[in-house]
Each structure stands twice: as C-alpha cells, then as structure tokens.
Design a protein around this ligand. Structure first.
Ligand SMILES: [Zn+2]
Length: 330
C-alpha cells in the first residue's frame, strides 16, 4: 500500500509547475523573453546540461521564478497549486512549505503583509480541499543585511497563530562569511527570539563540499536549530556527527537536489553518506527541496532511495516517522 508522505523541505520557488508559472506570468502581463512555452520550460528547469553547481541552481530561481511569484495573486496560486500537486502526485498529507516573502515583494514595491496573507490563503484553500496539514516557513537570507532578516523573524512571529510555523536560513554559503564559524553569531539573537516565540527552527548548511563539517558544528552549537537543511557534510567529521546525534538535530535530506547540484557525485556517494549518518545515529528525513525545478516528487524520492539501495523499506518508514516527530506543525 502506498504510504502517506511528509515533506519538510520544499521551496515555493522550485515547486510550481511550469504551466502554472506560465499562466501566472500571462495573467499579470509579465513580459517574457521566450520564443514559446517550451523554451520557458527549458529555462526554468534545472537541466543537468545547464546546472553544474548550487549557484547555477539558485540563479534560475532568482532570475525567473521569484519574479513571477511576486504578487499577492501569484503567491496565493503558487502555494495552493504546490500543496494540491504534492497530495495528488505523492500522497503528501503533511507539508512545510518555505519561501522568503521579501523575495516576493519586488524589493518593497508590494506590501509584505499582503504577500504573507495571500500565501496563507492559498495554503488554507488547498488544505480544505485535500484535507491535508500544512505550514509556512520563512527563509532568512545569508545575503540580506541583518535588519531585513530581523523583519522576517518579526513577521514569522506575528503570523505564528495564522500558519507560519518556523524560520530557516537560506542562500549560498560558498562566498559567504558563513565559512567562518564565528559569523554564525550574527543569527544567534534571531534564532533565540524565534524559538522563544514558539517557532520551529532550521538552517541550510553543510550542503556542498565547500562548506565542510565545521559549518554544521557552528550552526548546531550556536543556533541550536531543531533541524538542518541538508547537513550531509557532517560525514566529514566524526565529532560533528556525534554532536548531531547527541543534540537530536534532524537532517532534512534532499537526495535528487544533492545529485543535481553536484553536492554529491552520484548515488554511490549518497549511499555512503546516508549509511554513515544512520550508522552514527543521526536522524534523517526525506524531502524534495524543489520538485519541479528538479523534476522529482516525494514518491520518486522514496522510490529512488529504495531502488539505489540507499535505504531499506524499514529505514524509509523510520525517516517518515522522524519527519512527523520533527514537524513544526503542532
Ligand atoms: Zn533547500
């Protein structure tokens, strides 16, 4: 029997079907420099021929998807469509959808509260139709100045009783000062404040080879997040894996994403990473990151892990149980 699945790590920017984005763009009179729909599809999907790194992948998001999603009507429809699609396509009955509202308001041209209310409306409509549970996570950005990230935390707290369930920290670590563990301190106060307000906390870190295990250690020790987005580079250091196991920090594993962005060289390396983490008692969950951008969905993530012998059936069930426990939804 098919499993009911749960997705804890999925970005609004990578999860809306091309035909829906195309429709939204047209509805808003958005000027698109593409010959036709097929060229558009090609550009907004992370084709292995064009995506060689995490930076290439994020570039697609920033250039097109975020812009098209930058209005109340666009974000409402995006959130609504994602939840319905995950339910219909993969029986995802619980979903935590993340995005940065400040990357959906055209640099302040649109009102942030209108964007947030619209996202909540889209979520409520989909949950009502499909009888599933959902919550929103706001992504702070490593490239934002602290004042803007602070406002995002304020907004997450303000809308906590309306369906915003947590905060995340996203953006590339490659050139970021994040590589110096002391820079993680910049987010400490924000994470403390979010936690005290009852929000869940997660951080993107330890995704690519460049970031290393020490970045993961710094995040666990200083920000004390409930979960970590990716975090797979912890395998480089026994001390860091022990730290994760002891703290009970849950890793949000995104297999296809790691393959597409070359965070791992292939299934063999991913298998090695997952086997090592499980062996050291690190808690893992299975997630999509961006189903349309990456041409995947929850059902296919699970099937691939089984097929490539990365996890057994029991381990998949365990990962789903871990996801339920680690969910920020009450
Ligand atoms: Zn992510």
């Amino acid at each position: 029997m098919a499993r009911d699945l749960i997705d804890l790590h999925i970005h609004v920017g990578g999860a809306v079907a091309p035909h829906v984005l195309w429709s939204i763009a047209h509805q808003q009179g958005f000027k698109l420099p593409f010959k036709d729909y097929w060229e558009f599809c090609d550009v907004i999907t992370a084709k292995p021929s064009r995506v060689k790194s995490l930076e290439d992948y994020l570039g697609i998001l920033h250039t097109w998807t975020e812009k098209i999603q930058s209005s109340p009507a666009a974000i409402e429809r995006s959130v609504y469509e994602i939840i319905g699609k995950e339910y219909r396509g993969s029986r995802v009955t619980q979903i935590e959808l993340r995005f940065n509202p400040m990357k959906r308001n055209l640099g302040g041209e649109r009102d942030l509260d209108h964007i947030i209310h619209a996202a909540i409306r889209g979520m409520d409509r989909a949950c009502l139709e499909y009888d599933c549970r959902a919550g929103l996570i706001f992504c702070l950005d490593r490239e934002f100045d602290p004042r803007l990230n602070g406002i995002l935390v304020d907004k997450a707290i303000k809308y906590r009783s309306r369906g915003v369930i947590g905060i995340d920290l996203a953006g590339t670590e490659k050139s970021a000062v994040e590589l110096r563990p002391q820079e993680v301190d910049r987010y400490r106060e924000m994470y403390d404040r979010a936690r005290e307000a009852g929000l869940g906390t997660t951080v993107h870190t330890g995704e690519t080879h460049g970031t290393g295990a020490e970045g993961v250690a710094a995040v666990v020790e200083k920000l004390r997040p409930d979960r970590i987005g990716h975090g797979i580079r912890a395998v480089n250091d026994e001390r860091v894996m022990a730290l994760l196991a002891k703290a009970g920090t849950v890793l949000e594993l995104c297999p296809t994403s790691n393959l597409v962005t070359r965070a791992v060289s292939g299934w063999d390396e991913l298998r090695e990473v997952v086997r090592t983490l499980l062996d050291r008692g690190v808690k893992l969950t299975i997630n999509t990151d961006g189903p349309y951008l990456l041409d995947t969905d929850m059902a296919r993530e699970v099937a691939a892990l089984l097929e490539e012998r990365v996890m057994t059936e029991d381990e998949v069930d365990r990962a789903i149980a871990v996801a339920r426990e680690a969910s920020f939804l009450d």
